[in-house]
Design a protein around this ligand. Structure first.
Ligand SMILES: Cc1cc2nc3c(=O)[nH]c(=O)nc-3n(C[C@H](O)[C@H](O)[C@H](O)COP(=O)(O)OP(=O)(O)OC[C@H]3O[C@@H](n4cnc5c(N)ncnc54)[C@H](O)[C@@H]3O)c2cc1C
Length: 412
């Protein structure tokens, strides 16, 4: 009997087999058609269906014991090992899980932040409903005047008895319109320097004082929003981490975000590559030496991105704090995805601009990808910001000068 079995933990092999059988019965397999559909414009109507399907699937994953593998048991997790998590990722690779982008912020950023910095009552209240698929979370950080310079956040929170009163505006808040809760970063001490007077809060997205307005992107989707707070009252018990220590709490969220954006999606990447090669064949360009040269470059870049992602995931799974390698992965992912989309659009030719509904070469999907990939150089920190992080923390170059770093925020 293995040590795991003696401790009453399902062996990795048995777990992998159980997961594969369950997924085979409950999840759609990846296919070129499925990939093309997934790339197409997500209208709010289509999104409503995707959200319902994601919540249902997440509840089924929970009932089957296939989520929250390494999260603590008192909050609905299983306290399993890194090897179980890898086994699940491998078993899930051939499938297109409906949880996709809907739960990516909930599990990739908000859950880990609440687990790392939340109070015991917060963990008991919020973690299990995430795992059960009952509640979706969003990230309320960026503002019109605070993106790359996130510490410049101007939304204010003022203590009034046992509540904080919040006023201000957020922007680019992905999924805020279907989220139940959000992690909000607001300024609680304008007399302190900009990094030291911020606090993180849990916001009920349906509370009075929260207004969510859609923003339309150039690919036609309305994936993100502007969010306004007008005298929103947040109970004092909703502070995550310490008051005025929100920057430290936010770093946990941002590091996890970079890993989520730069360290994942291996099977999706392989599906994109396979479809690119198929497109080259269908367009009669597969033997064109110039196209072959570019295909080879895209293939090499994507393979390297896959290896970087693997390295990042392995480090995180081993328990190492996500570090600047997340920035390397994110930068490389943005670059290689843009190269892939550009080559596909070129080979697709006029189909990328005007396609028939039954276009079997995925014209709509490539067009949408071409219009969506530029966002990868912005979301989760721009390419330039990732380069600054790499210069500073990996290459040991001098830090970028920040003249307002130590001044009180209100005197900037
Ligand atoms: C698809 C998508 C989803 C998003 N989802 C969310 C979300 O859910 N929640 C959330 O809070 N935010 C979200 N964001 C916002 C995102 O984090 C910001 O857009 C990003 O941090 C950049 O900030 P900004 O848009 O204000 O650009 P700015 O910071 O104004 O940057 C403008 C330009 O200046 C450059 N620049 C800025 N500072 C420097 C510097 N120091 N050195 C060199 N160049 C610099 C930038 O690289 C960029 O090219 C999302 C963005 C996108 C595109």
């Amino acid at each position: 009997m293995s040590q795991q079995e003696m401790l009453g933990v399902e062996s990795v092999e048995a777990f992998r087999d159980r997961a594969a059988v369950w997924l085979d019965a409950h999840a759609p397999r990846r296919s070129p058609e499925g990939w093309a559909v997934a790339q197409q414009e997500v209208t709010r109507e289509r999104e409503r269906d995707l959200v319902i399907a994601a919540k249902l699937f997440q509840s089924e994953l929970f009932a089957a014991g296939l989520t929250g593998l390494r999260w603590p048991r008192p909050y609905g997790g299983h306290e399993l090992t890194v090897s179980h998590e890898i086994a699940l990722a491998e078993a899930a690779a051939p499938f297109d899980l409906p949880t996709g982008f809907v739960f990516s912020i909930t599990f990739g950023m908000c859950g880990p932040t609440v687990l790392a910095h939340g109070t015991e009552p917060q963990k008991r209240r919020y973690i299990e409903p995430m795992l059960r698929g009952a509640e979706i979370w969003c990230q309320l950080f960026s503002e019109p005047g605070a993106g790359s310079d996130l510490a410049a956040i101007g939304s204010s929170a003022v203590l009034d008895g046992d509540h904080w009163v919040v006023n201000g505006q957020k922007v680019w808040s992905s999924g805020a319109h279907y989220s139940d809760f959000g992690l909000l970063l607001a300024r609680t001490a304008p007399e302190l320097p900009k990094h030291r007077g911020l606090t993180m809060f849990i916001v009920d997205m349906r509370a009075p004082g929260v207004t969510v307005r859609p923003l339309r992107q150039m690919n036609g989707a309305e994936h993100f929003n502007e969010v306004f707070f007008d005298d929103l009252r947040i109970p004092a018990g909703n502070v995550v981490g310490q008051v005025n220590e929100g920057w430290r709490t936010a770093i946990t969220t941002l590091m996890n975000e970079r890993v989520a954006l730069g360290g994942g999606g291996d099977s999706e990447r392989k599906a994109g590559l396979a479809n690119l090669f198929e497109l080259a064949r269908a367009a009669g360009r597969y033997h064109d030496p110039v196209v072959r040269d570019r295909l080879a470059r895209v293939y090499i870049e994507h393979t390297i991105v896959g290896l970087i992602g693997q390295r990042v995931r392995d480090a995180v799974l081993r328990g190492a704090a996500p570090g600047p390698e997340g920035s390397v992965g994110k930068l490389a992912t943005a670059r290689s995805d843009k190269a892939l989309a550009a080559l596909a659009a070129e080979m697709s030719g006029a189909r990328t601009a005007a396609w028939k509904q039954d276009d079997d070469r995925g014209g709509a999907a490539w067009a949408d990808m071409l219009l969506s990939v530029p966002a990868r150089s912005i979301a989760g920190g721009t390419d330039e910001v990732q380069k600054n992080i790499i210069g500073d923390r990996v290459l040991g170059l001098p830090r970028e000068p920040e003249s307002d770093r130590d001044a009180p925020f209100r005197d900037r």
